[in-house]
Ligand binder design. Structure first.
Ligand SMILES: [Zn+2]
Ligand SMILES: [Zn+2]
Length: 323
């Protein structure tokens, strides 16, 4: 396998300039709002947008389209595709292709957000460089959905529509189209970015590994709070075909709750779950591996102590000491 070396990295200027632009505009908008004030309607619209676009990324892009963990009726798919475009994280086909490579080769060369390349690389660095390994061969199935194919083809105008045109038009209702665009479009977008990015960075660095010790993905309840439930990432990497990420009833996973609620009225169906037995077995194996490692450490400590004793104990027979 060829290594994409750092020397040959090529900056993706479109992504880099857009991400920098979004941060500068959002920061400027916050300062502007602190000076002249902000209408509560703008903040309410921003919160709605954060939740709608967030759910479209977690429930749509991720659990529905990338992993096919359930089926969704077309109005919900359309909602996901529109508000997913408001997340400005590429078309669902590109996103899923990247994400499937992340799962297929986690922490290795084919993983676009390989966490072994460091926190900043997995957080946002990978977005700023061209990815020569990207190809859509692993996302061919998605083209079969005409709505998904449409979003892929018209992703840029859809993103402009959802980030700028729609919020500004709604903002006309309270006479502040610019404020509505800045809050629901740009400020919200920057929070959305860091919410999604933290799954690839924080949830691959901090947290527990109850289901698989061998991968970098971790269960992190704090990340779950800011990502609508995606922080239970060790579970997710071990069982990517499960529509749940937070598997326990008390785990904070609003995406799971919404997908489940929709299933009661037929908007979603065929929710896939790993059996509790399989989950328990993975947990038990992990615990056994920890117990084995601990006993190996204890054994090693004992032999080190023995070796130290034999070094520091004076010779028993003084006649062996030469004068
Ligand atoms: Zn991951
Ligand atoms: Zn995934």
């Amino acid at each position: 396998m060829h290594h994409a070396t750092s020397e040959s990295r090529e900056i993706d200027w479109v992504n880099t300039i857009f991400i920098a632009f979004a941060h500068v505009v959002a920061l400027g908008a916050v300062i502007y709002s602190l000076i002249v004030g902000v209408k509560w309607e703008n903040i309410a619209l921003a919160v709605f947008y954060f939740l709608a676009a967030g759910l479209s990324i977690t429930g749509g892009y991720h659990r529905l389209f990338s992993h096919k963990t359930y089926r969704a009726a077309w109005p919900l798919r359309l909602f996901y595709l529109l508000f997913g475009a408001a997340g400005v994280q590429n078309s669902v086909i590109n996103w899923s292709s990247d994400h499937r490579r992340h799962h297929a080769d986690t922490d290795h060369d084919e993983d676009p957000y390989n966490s072994r390349k460091g926190f900043w690389w997995s957080h946002v660095g990978w977005v700023l460089f061209k990815d020569r390994l990207r190809n859509l061969d692993n996302a061919g199935d998605l083209f079969k959905d005409p709505l998904v194919a449409f979003q892929h083809k018209y992703y840029v105008p859809l993103a402009v529509l959802m980030v700028a045109v729609v919020p500004a038009t709604i903002g006309l209702a309270w006479g502040d189209p610019l404020g509505a665009f800045l809050w629901a479009g740009m400020i919200r977008l920057v929070f959305q970015y860091h919410s999604t990015f933290s799954i690839n960075s924080l949830a691959h660095m901090f947290g527990r590994k109850p289901y698989n010790k061998a991968i970098s993905a971790r269960d992190n309840g704090i990340v779950a709070l800011i990502t609508l439930g995606e922080g239970y990432h060790n579970f997710h990497h071990q069982f990517p075909g499960d529509y749940r990420n937070g598997v326990r009833a008390w785990h904070f996973d609003p995406t799971k709750w919404i997908v489940k609620t929709f299933s009661w009225v037929g908007i979603t169906r065929d929710l896939r779950k790993v059996s509790q037995q399989t989950i328990d077995r993975a947990k038990l194996q992990t615990n056994n591996a920890i117990a084995q490692a601990n006993s190996a450490i204890a054994d090693a400590k004992t032999s080190i102590a023995d070796a130290k004793t034999s070094i520091t104990t004076p010779p028993q027979n003084p006649s062996n000491v030469s004068s």
